[in-house]
Unconditional design. Structure first.
Length: 165
């Protein structure tokens, strides 16, 4: 399976040896590649659509059979803003609107759940508003870099943020 340049760029910017969260994972392409790489001790898949998560679980179970060993994969069929677990390591949120990403981050911050060292954020629209308004309001994080990736003729921005020391 070949990852798109956008998803492979996101993965390249994740901190290895730390958990990775694929939020709004859809078919889980990013998380599956993270599992395959064996660079991340846990991979967490989150999507609000139950059948996407159950299909993904099945697909990954098959892989477990093939590899005859446990894969450190965890599944959450819930709206991301309702997660009730601590998010550590790398939190990747890609391919949804900027407003939704803001809602997730605010909900997790308010609940004290956002403990990630790195955020990799790729809103699919309103990127400039995200950069100008949302990122400066993330008091615990600072922007390390932004990367433009061309996907089907359109530049998509990825924002990489680190937790402030
Ligand atoms: C376009 S796909 C993005 C897939 C992948 N992250 C990417 O960038 O290619 C958007 C996914 O977000 C999920 N989604 C939308 N709102 C959500 C929410 N509030 N919580 C969890 N998942 C959500 C949808 O079910 C869908 O699978």
């Amino acid at each position: 399976m070949k990852l798109s340049l956008r998803l492979s760029t996101a993965l390249e910017n994740a901190c290895p040896q730390q958990p990775l969260w694929d939020i709004c994972c859809d078919h889980g392409l990013l998380g599956i590649q993270a599992l395959r790489s064996q660079n991340f001790p846990q991979v967490h898949f989150v999507d609000q659509v139950p059948h996407l998560i159950s299909k993904l679980q099945e697909k990954i179970k098959l892989k477990i059979k093939e590899a005859s060993k446990e894969l450190p994969a965890f599944f959450y069929s819930t709206p991301a803003e309702s997660l009730q677990v601590e998010l550590t390591g790398n939190v990747c949120i890609l391919g949804i609107g900027a407003q939704k990403i803001e809602i997730f981050l605010r909900a997790w911050e308010d609940a004290g759940l956002l403990q990630a060292d790195r955020l990799i954020l790729g809103p699919h629209k309103d990127e400039q508003w995200f950069l100008d308004v949302v990122i400066p309001n993330l008091q615990n994080y600072e922007l390390q870099k932004q990367v433009a990736v061309n996907e089907r003729g359109r530049d998509r921005l990825l924002f990489v943020l680190n937790r402030r020391p």
